[in-house]
Structure formats: structure tokens, C-alpha cells
Write a protein that binds this ligand. Structure first.
Ligand SMILES: [Fe+2]
Ligand SMILES: [Fe+2]
Length: 274
């Protein structure tokens, strides 16, 4: 069982941010903006899936996972709130959140279904966020040159994603979820994620008038396929999830715990230790 605490980040997001807040780079700004736009709706989906799955467990397992589930929900709820604040600046700038609309449509498909389906989707997405987090924490230069409060926001979110990466997966197993359905939802979730992120990214760049600038594409290439590139560093962990004996904790990374340990002054602990 993973011990999870809820943290309140001590940053001020009321002040507006620069149009290209990520080190003046339109592509990286649009990519992080797109991800942020998915979080309030997406993380609500994860919270609902984990809560429903937890309630479906037999009483002894419910008791076993109660504290971890509380911690997971608390962390994701905090992420939702802070990204809603972040996104309000994007709305004011005229960006349109297409990803949230897509998630809302998908959410309706799971109402009344076996809770293991939404849970498998959640476990797949939690694997993606853990991969993204490891990439970001391992390559802090991606955010270098951005305002300190924004670097803190993204690294804190990444660190907590690393911290709670086992929860949805373990509940899926505890509920008797099998490998075959885990694969079905992982492949579907990958496809849906790629379509949604690409569409949101293109929309953000278009509204920002950066879509057809050569510099945008040069940055896209570096950010995705360069030596520190996202695709280059997440391809292998993506493939690992296909293994029958995969478990999120197989991938040991100290980066998440290290960031949380070294940045204690940037957050306050909420409530009791669960
Ligand atoms: Fe999160
Ligand atoms: Fe998460």
C-alpha cells in the first residue's frame, strides 16, 4: 500500500502569465497548456473511477485501501483545482478547451458499466501521467526559463503523479481485473489520448497564431524527438505496460520523492497523514 499525503501548493496563480510562459517557446507552451486543459475533467474521471471501484471491493479490501484511496482523491482534487485556475488564464486569452468536451463524452459511456472498465482507463492514464512526470522531473531544462511558480506547479504535479502511480492499478487487480481488458483499454486510451492531445495542441497553436511558424516546428521536433525528447523517453515505459507481469512500481525512480523532499517550503500538508 502506498502512503499518500495531500499538499497545498504555496504559489500565487492569480497573476496572469506571459503568452508563451514556457521559456518563450510557443510549442512547449501549447503542449503544457493542452495537458492542463485535460486535467480538471480528466482527473475528475479518475477520482470517480477510483471511488466507485473502492466501494465495489469486499469490506476487508475496502479497509485495506481506504487511506490510499483518500490520499489519491485528495491529491487529484488539488491538481484539478490548481489547473482550473491555470486554465482560467488560457480561457481569457481565447483558447478553446476541446479536450474537456471529449472527456465529458467519454465519461458518459461508462455510466452504469462494470467499474473495472473506467478503472482500467484510469490506470492507463495514470501510467501516462507517471511517464510524463518522470520525463519532466528527469529533464528540468524543459521548463527552464519559465517563471518559478509555473515550474513549481508542473514539477509538483509530476512528483505527486509519480507518488500515486500504483493506486488505480492495484485497485484494478484487487477487483479481479484481467490482463486482456487492461490491454484493450490501454490501446484505446493511447489512441484517444494521442487524438485529443494533437487536436488540442493544434487548436492552441492556431489561436496563438504560431501553428505555421518554422520555429514552432523546430521546437516540436526537439521537444518530442531530441536527445531529451518526450517520445524518445516514454516509448519504452509505454511498451512495458503491455507486459503481462507489469506493475507500475517495477519502474523505480527516486525523482518524485527527491523533488518532494527538496521542495518542502513550496507546499503545506493538508489534514492528517493518511
Ligand atoms: Fe494529477
Ligand atoms: Fe494521477
Amino acid at each position: 500500500m502506498t502512503e499518500l499525503v495531500v499538499r497545498r501548493l504555496l504559489i500565487d496563480l492569480a497573476k496572469p502569465m506571459a503568452q508563451h510562459w514556457c521559456a518563450g517557446d510557443p510549442f512547449r507552451t501549447a503542449l503544457f497548456n493542452a495537458l492542463s486543459m485535460s486535467f480538471p475533467m480528466g482527473e475528475q474521471f479518475f477520482i470517480d473511477a477510483v471511488r466507485e471501484a473502492h466501494q465495489a471491493l469486499p469490506p476487508d479490501l475496502q479497509a485495506h485501501y481506504a487511506a490510499e484511496v483518500r490520499g489519491f482523491i485528495g491529491q487529484e482534487a488539488t491538481h484539478r483545482r490548481i489547473h482550473s485556475l491555470f486554465n482560467s488564464h488560457l480561457e481569457q486569452r481565447g483558447l478553446r478547451n476541446l479536450w474537456a468536451v471529449s472527456i465529458e463524452k467519454q465519461r458518459k459511456l461508462f455510466v452504469g458499466q462494470d467499474p473495472r472498465h473506467a478503472l482500467a482507463v484510469t490506470a492507463a492514464n495514470e501510467h501516462f501521467t507517471a511517464m510524463l512526470a518522470e520525463w519532466l522531473l528527469g529533464h528540468p531544462e524543459v521548463l527552464q526559463g519559465s517563471e518559478d511558480r509555473l515550474q513549481t506547479l508542473w514539477l509538483w504535479h509530476g512528483a505527486e503523479e509519480g507518488e500515486h502511480k500504483n493506486t488505480a492499478f492495484d485497485l484494478y487487480r484487487a477487483l479481479g481485473g484481467n490482463h486482456e481488458w487492461r490491454m484493450v483499454w490501454f490501446r484505446r486510451t493511447t489512441l484517444v489520448f494521442l487524438v485529443d492531445v494533437t487536436r488540442q495542441l493544434a487548436s492552441n497553436l492556431h489561436r496563438d497564431r504560431s501553428l505555421y511558424r518554422p520555429g514552432t516546428w523546430a521546437s516540436a521536433w526537439r521537444t518530442l524527438f531530441g536527445p531529451a525528447g518526450l517520445v524518445r523517453h516514454t516509448w519504452r515505459p509505454w511498451k512495458d505496460y503491455l507486459r503481462r507481469d507489469f506493475h507500475p512500481s517495477d519502474r523505480v525512480s527516486p525523482l518524485s520523492a527527491q523533488w518532494l523532499e527538496h521542495n518542502r517550503s513550496r507546499f503545506a500538508l493538508v489534514g492528517e497523514r493518511s
